[in-house]
Write a protein that binds this ligand. Structure first.
Ligand SMILES: [Zn+2]
Length: 294
């Protein structure tokens, strides 16, 4: 928002500002999340894989549909930047903006991570969050935001004119390239706006600017997800550490993050099936019989 207002207020400014605020979407019409079913299934979990994400680095992991994955703080307070793709089609990926609009600026137990258009389906559902007690603090901050994009070397260069190579954007790019065999340039194009796991953020009350503060996460805390579709995930252990002071440099103390994949017992998800992509026709108003071939 501009700090250089040059337009005088109209006579009815107060009236215009007093229009009622409406939640944009009819979110009570979202399909039910299946959280109750998942809570039962998670009692039967068996660990099938583990990946340690080193500090200031990234790593990939696969999660089959119907399995769970858990991101755990180990050794110290650390923020993680999460990307998710449809394992079989990278053009379908986590849609941070729509997730924010359908849920809130920060997500927790029962919220879903939605995929990009034209898929627009739940990729993952949050089944447990040991920081769900945090709520909103006095600054308006919350945990696990879907506001921030990811720290990246381009913004860093814009502001500081130095090359720094271990921003989350670069960590995710290297991890995806290493996992898939794509070149760095190809992999980079698949990296997208993240879910900021464990990060404590908000907007300042006075200027509505994005702020961060030291994460309340402590070793042993975790956030857990149910994979609604076959997923490829990538997680970066942010160079900002707990993001209480800086990012995009080597000054913060950083710790690893642990990712574990769990399989529930067979038959523990009665009636569950992987969600379909959006049922929208995809014709975008073109006349019947003259559909664009997509
Ligand atoms: Zn970062």
């Amino acid at each position: 928002m501009t700090q250089h207002t040059i337009t005088g207020s109209p006579a009815d400014a107060d009236e215009r500002r007093a229009a009622p605020a409406l939640v944009c979407y009819e979110v009570d019409r979202l399909p039910p999340s299946g959280l109750e079913l998942y809570q039962q299934a998670r009692e039967t979990l068996r660990k099938v894989a583990e990946v340690i994400v080193p500090p200031r680095d990234g790593a990939c992991f696969e999660v089959p549909a119907g399995s769970f994955f858990r991101i755990t703080s180990v050794e110290g307070s650390q923020v993680g930047d999460l990307n998710l793709w449809n394992l079989h089609d990278f053009s379908e990926r986590f849609f941070s903006g729509k997730t924010r609009q359908l849920h809130a600026t920060h997500v927790s137990t029962g919220d879903r991570l939605w995929s990009s258009l034209p898929g627009l389906r739940p990729m993952a559902t949050i089944t447990r969050d040991t920081l769900d007690w945090y709520g909103w603090d006095a600054d308006g901050g919350g945990v696990h935001d879907v506001i921030g994009t990811r720290c990246d070397p381009y913004t860093n260069y814009l502001l500081k004119e130095i090359d720094y190579h271990y921003c989350c954007h670069s960590n995710l790019t290297r991890a995806l390239a290493a996992k898939t065999g794509l070149s760095l340039g190809e992999a980079e194009l698949h990296v997208h706006d993240v879910m900021n796991v464990f990060m404590c953020t908000g907007f300042t009350h006075d200027t509505h600017q994005y702020f961060m503060k030291a994460s309340p996460v402590r070793p042993g805390d975790y956030i857990e997800f149910f994979a609604e579709i076959d997923l490829l995930g990538a997680l970066s252990a942010c160079p900002g550490g707990d993001c209480g002071s800086s990012n995009s440099d080597d000054s913060a103390t950083c710790y690893p993050l642990k990712v574990e994949v769990f399989q529930p017992a067979e038959g523990s998800l009665p009636g569950w099936k992987s969600p379909e992509r959006s049922g929208y026709s995809g014709t975008h108003g073109t006349s019947p019989g003259n559909d664009l071939k997509l």
